[in-house]
Write a protein of this length. Sequence first.
Length: 276
Amino acid sequence: MKQPIYYLNGKFVKKNQAKISVYDMGFLRSYGVVDFLITYKQIPFRLNDHLNRFYQSAKLIGLKIPFSKEKTKKIVLSTLAKNHFKESSIWLIVTGGMGPTSMIPAKKPTLAILVDPHKPYPKSFYQNGVKIITFRASRLIPQAKSLVYTLAIQALGQAYKQGAVEALYLVGQKVTECMTSNFFILKNGKLYTAKDKDVLLGITRRVILEISKDNFPIVKKDLSLREVLNADEAFLSASNKEIMPVVKIDNFKIGNGKVGKNTKRLIQLFKEKVAS
């Protein structure tokens, strides 16, 4: 298989040639931000929204990106054009680069754009639903998609051992979002999700709220674990997951343990939105 072509600090390089210094602040201090999106019919889905979040994440952690969103957009599209996959996964990464010390960002940070073949989840996950677990922790600066993934790696490691695909943050008795996904429940025909201030503002989450407003009453609130476990339906959302039904949390069955009709309806509406 032909190697993917990446963009790294002004150059297009093959995947095996994309290298940074061990003194880069992204490697040494996990100081940087990331965003992720996929293509549909080779077109990056909601690229402008992802760029806005990318720059907002950098701002929230105090990292200045010294080039415009428009320039970054052109780099993303140029990198995509150099690869010829049926559909692509795209990573946008910016780090503090190699500063004057390991604690001070460089004037010119490291920018990388990675384009790889998109690998969708198994169809069975959507037909039968998935299991997730709860994990007691809270994110630092929830609205910033930073490079600090220590909690996520720990939590997902536990999830995989238990046959689950995700882990849900549990803060006291309040649930917010998952490690790499936003989280929704449906109860009595209403759609519930956490308040904006408590979660990463997912782009897929935004699309779901757009397509739901004419179909379901939407409630953003603090969700208790009790409410979640008593939901009629539940699902995850993320660029690579789209809308993924959840039928089990820890050892508790959600609803009747099958993918619910409202979740199926949202999946169909999402497909229509993408097609349009």
